[in-house]
Write a protein that binds this ligand. Structure first.
Ligand code: ATP
Ligand code: BTN
Length: 245
């Protein structure tokens, strides 16, 4: 494990680190990211002392390489499991494919990025940011979706290194059944808005509304439209929003 007081982004650091062939589960954590990011370079907000921000490296085997986009679902499930190990009982769900919601508000973001040299996979970087304390949240006018922190939801502060340990432990345990039907079922069970009306949007494309009826064996979202047609959305650059928001 490596630690830096401040870094632009633990994902950027880990992607560069891959050039040195680091072993499985090499991990970089920081207290403060100055340029944390999510998909499409959208910024991820964090604050020193109030956020958990880290990235780790995995070297997917041949089978896992066939389902690479599902690694972020695996990480989301690991975060859910880790948070569930703390009392009290709260509603922990996953906004497809990988945002962790506590009582319906986003508390953790995950960004998995693969690095290739030609057709050779150098490794996969899994970056996780968790809002530990209320000050870790971005200003309300920057939010596209309601956000919360662990402390606000659970009602007491949690040690971020203890949480990090639980997330990694859960990730390693869940990976033993990845990507089996059991793993897919565990993920499906955690998905928010199943059976509800949602809107799916993709940059540069028209939004599609319908009922979120499930995910297929590849993790693609299945949307039943008003006319009865079922559309499939791959994991990637698609956003899901409940129509109640
Ligand atoms: P989507 O908008 O499709 O649900 P996403 O949830 O996967 O996307 P990204 O596209 O990766 O999110 O972009 C980051 C999003 O998270 C931005 O919309 C930003 O407003 C929000 N965000 C940034 N920092 C935080 C934070 N600390 N807590 C909660 N949300 C945050
Ligand atoms: C999302 O918004 O859903 C994804 C956000 C991912 C944030 C984490 S914080 C640690 C790592 N470093 C980054 O720059 N991004 C990820």
């Amino acid at each position: 494990m490596r630690w830096h007081d401040t870094l632009p982004s633990t994902n950027t650091y880990a992607l560069e680190w891959l050039r040195d062939f680091p072993p499985e589960y090499s991990l970089i954590a920081t207290d403060q990211q100055s340029a944390g990011y999510g998909r499409n370079q959208r910024s991820w907000h964090s604050r020193a002392g109030a956020s958990l921000t880290f990235s780790f490296i995995v070297h997917p085997n041949q089978v896992e390489q066939g389902v690479m986009p599902l690694f972020s679902a695996l990480a989301a499930l690991a975060v859910c499991k880790a948070i569930a190990s703390y009392p009290p009982n709260i509603d922990i769900s996953v906004k497809w494919p990988n945002d962790v919601l506590l009582n319906g508000k986003k508390a953790a973001g995950i960004l998995a990025e693969a690095a290739w040299q030609g057709d050779q996979l150098m490794g996969l970087v899994i970056g996780i940011g968790v809002n530990m304390q209320p000050t870790s949240l971005p200003p309300a006018d920057e939010l596209l979706f309601p956000a919360t922190s662990l402390e606000q939801t659970i009602g007491c502060s949690i040690d971020r290194w203890d949480l990090l340990y639980h997330i990694l432990q859960a990730f390693v345990a869940l990976r033993t059944s990845f990507p089996s039907p059991e793993f897919m079922d565990a993920w499906r069970c955690k998905l928010a808005y199943l059976g509800e009306e949602v809107t799916i949007s993709k940059i540069g494309k028209e939004c599609q509304k319908g009922i979120f009826i499930g995910v297929d064996e590849q993790g693609y979202l299945l949307l039943k439209e008003k006319n009865g047609r079922i559309s499939t959305f791959p994991l990637g650059d698609v956003s899901l929003r409940p129509n109640t928001l």
